[in-house]
Design a protein around this ligand. Sequence first.
Ligand code: ASP
Length: 440
Amino acid sequence: MKKKVVKFGGSSLASAEQFRKVGEIIRSDESRRYVVPSAPGKRFSADTKVTDMLYGCYHLAEAGKDFSGALENIRARYMEIIEGLSLDLSLNEQFEEIAENFRSKAGEDYAASRGEYLNGIVMAAYLGFEFVDAAEVVCFNADGSFNADKTDEVMSRRLADLGCAVIPGFYGAKPDGTVKTFSRGGSDITGSLVAKAVHADLYENWTDVSGFLVTDPRVVKDPATISTITYREMRELSYMGATVLHEDSIFPLRKEGIPINVRNTNRPEDPGTMIVESTCNKPRYTITGIGGKKGFASITIEKAMMNSEIGFVRKVLQVFEENGLSIEHTPSGIDTLTVYVNQNAFEAKEQQIIAGLHRAVQPDLIELESDLALIAVVGRGMRRTRGTAGRIFSALAHAHVNVKMIDQGSSELNIIIGVENRDFETAIQAIYNIFVVAQL
Ligand code: ASP
């Protein structure tokens, strides 16, 4: 029988009503055997996630203040779900233990992890699946770093004989048993780890959107959904600011060839987005997605005969390295090299860097420009298609956008375009129109 790992985000588990939708999804396909829940999220936009309530409650405890009211509010969130589902389940024991551990200052990670822990217990009771505490199967090293090999070994052994199980997301434990969490949104990572450990056929990540959108809905109204995206394309887009899935959740799966399907709990009929290692499936619109970010500065270093000076680029880059600045792009000409960096980070170090460059390479000229945006047009389909770049630039010209920089990686997976911040939205809309709207 097929094995699917299903992870549900906080908004999918925020109330009894949401739990019921989740139950229906799981019961409608018996291969959905391993369930990874987040903590209950927001029920409405002004609501507070249980994880944030836990952080707040623990901070009171840590400061020696009365946290009983705050903990009662958290208990109320779970009681609403338990009663709404008519479950015969009491969390009294667990809440007593949590209160005691808060009093003895068990740590912020322990506190935050209880959201997933309790939700896992509720979910296991609701589904009739076995509950497996993530502290047993997600392993961190004593220094707090994640131990991938040990996790895989321990988790595959523990899950091997279980037909069905609920494993709470977001946390694990160090060798001495201290609870440690991943960064925020980390339940996605747990889902990947479980999928890898059980050699799942598919990892379904259920959230409140129907997959990845071709571009940012704050820039383009109702953008189309991407039906299939590769891991590499996703990396290119996520780096440019698109976030649906925790970045670190793709690493455990990349080498395993396990696809991820991002689905919408509120619209289970939508196919969502498939994230795969590689595919012959042609993207519907030649391009897969358009990502982008504002707030870059560029530093152009000009020096006659630069191209024949061995070590020139290294010396330039070393100045940025020594100042702790990460570099986004380095387009170059015969006698020029331009370095794109985050503007805020650069502004703090501007004068040191300019002085450093003068010392390192004695340039003829250093030119600075700020308020720049980078747009990444990403698509595995570009390699096979003639004229993609031509279409992008004619769309931008028609939209009166001045292109300041072009960088096409030799993988032909993306074209990165630099424009002024104020042209950012116009540029994305123009590129979207030419590839997506014009094709509909
Ligand atoms: N509950 C945690 C958070 O709010 C982890 C997660 O939902 O993935 O970040």
